[in-house]
Structure formats: structure tokens, C-alpha cells
Design a protein. Sequence first.
Length: 308
Amino acid sequence: MSYESESFKEHHLTRLPVLKELLEIGWERGQIICPSPDTDDVEWHVPKSPSEATNREARRKFKGYPVDIALFDDVEYVGDYEHVVALIECKEPKKTEGISQLKIYLGLEPHSRMGVWTNGSEFVRVYKLPVAGSFKVVEGLGLPKPDENMILAGNNRLTYSDLHVPTTKELKAAFGALLGVVTSRDTRSTRREDQLSQMSNMLLLKLDSDHEGEWNKNEPLSFQLCDQPSETTRYINKAFLSYKTEHPALFANDEPDSILLDVDTIQEVVLRLQSMNIGQMAPTALSMAFQVFRDATLKLGDGQYYIW
């Protein structure tokens, strides 16, 4: 490939070893956007502002910050901003400035969970935490593996005062994204009606957590992340069994005592919903969730789903 300039060439060559290592630890080349001699990749761009992000969502031209390497959760969704999981910067500025730069990028790339700064020998991870504007910086862990948990809970447990009432657009976007997670990646629930049932159970737990939090505003909420997906799942299943015991009329006699979604799906659902005060818009939330997931059961012959 030809280089735009000598500085670009030098920059380009610093990221090739990182790309090689990503492939060696299990990432597929199709999950990665990284300019290299054997591809036509161009740098991924993070919108420079919320208004530029709106332009991107509308598929219009937008101004953005170039990123050395972008990682996506699946080959099928490479290039889709809703499936970016990590951003990697391999060049100058120096470490402190690079970390600050990644925090800016992560704040502007809503679905990305972490960033990595490296100069080839040092590696610094910047995790985006659930509370807006909060990050956790960890040095020395190297590059993330594709099956590694990138979702951390944060240093402080969420209380009712931390919640915000989402807009209808925000809530619908969250449900639409969760639909994609459940239907394409969950390993336990594969039938559409089962997925709808399990997501309904998760929504019931979220609403119950919001209502309980309203009465005890300084107590940690039950519906929130732990650092490890297995721990989040353990707490969610404990809450579900308690809720099911207290409200038997809401469930069929053969309803299982746990949520039948895998640990990574449960972690993702909790991540996307935990900071929202859905209890304050319960009728809207319930009807919207039902519409999004019910519409997904109307599968077309070509395997596509309409979500409106």
C-alpha cells in the first residue's frame, strides 16, 4: 500500500505488531479495523461531538477523531458503531496524554467498553465504567482477548440517586441493542419466544429494583453489575428466585428458578439498563420492550427482523 506521508508510514508500522498480537490471542481479522498492507481498511473515526454522532447515526458525513485500531464483537458487525467493544491507540502522545485522549474517545463512542494505549512495550487499559464520565485505568494487563470480560462495575455501588430517567429514544435504542445481543450471541436461549420470556423476566427485576430503591434511596440497588459476569448472574438469579416466590401468580408453574440467559448476556443487559430509572416510566418501558421483542419474532423469509 502507498503511504500518505513519512509520518503516517512510521505511525502505521507501529501498529502492525499490535495487530499481529491481536490475531495471535484469538481475534479474527474480520473483527478488526486497522489499516495494513493486506487490506483496504481505513482508520475508524470517533465522532468529535454529539452532533457529529447524530450525523453518523443518520449515515451522513461526520467529523471524527481517527483511531489506530477498533475491535468489534463479531465479524458480522464490523464497521457498525453499535458493536465497537474496544479502541486501541499505538502512537504518541505520551502515556498520560494518551490515557486522557482515550477517555475522550470512549466518552464519544457510546458502545465501546474499553481503550488500550500502547507504545509497543507498555500497555495501559482504560475501562469505561457505568457512571457517566467515570473510568478505571489499569496498567500491565496487555491486550484483551476476544472472550475476556470488558465490563467492570466501578468503584461505587449504584443507588437510586444515581439513576436517570431515559428519553423514549434512549430507551428504544437500548432495547434494540439488547435484542441484537440476545438473538445473535446468547448461547442458552435460542427460541424467540424463550428470549422474549427471559428478557421480560429481566425487565421485571429491573422495575422491582427501581421501586425498592425509591423507598431506600441510599441503599445499593439490587439490579447492578459486579466485575465478573458470573457474580452478576449469581445476584440476578438470587433476586429472580426471590421475586418469583413473592409473586407466584405472574409465572407459570413450570417457570425455572433462574434466568435462562448466559452470563455474558446477563452482564450486557444489566450494563445497558442499570443506570436508567425505568420505574419512573414503567408503562412506556413495558410497552416498548414488548413491541421491540415481539416484532423480532416476526421473522422474514430472508432472516431479517424489523424493529420499529
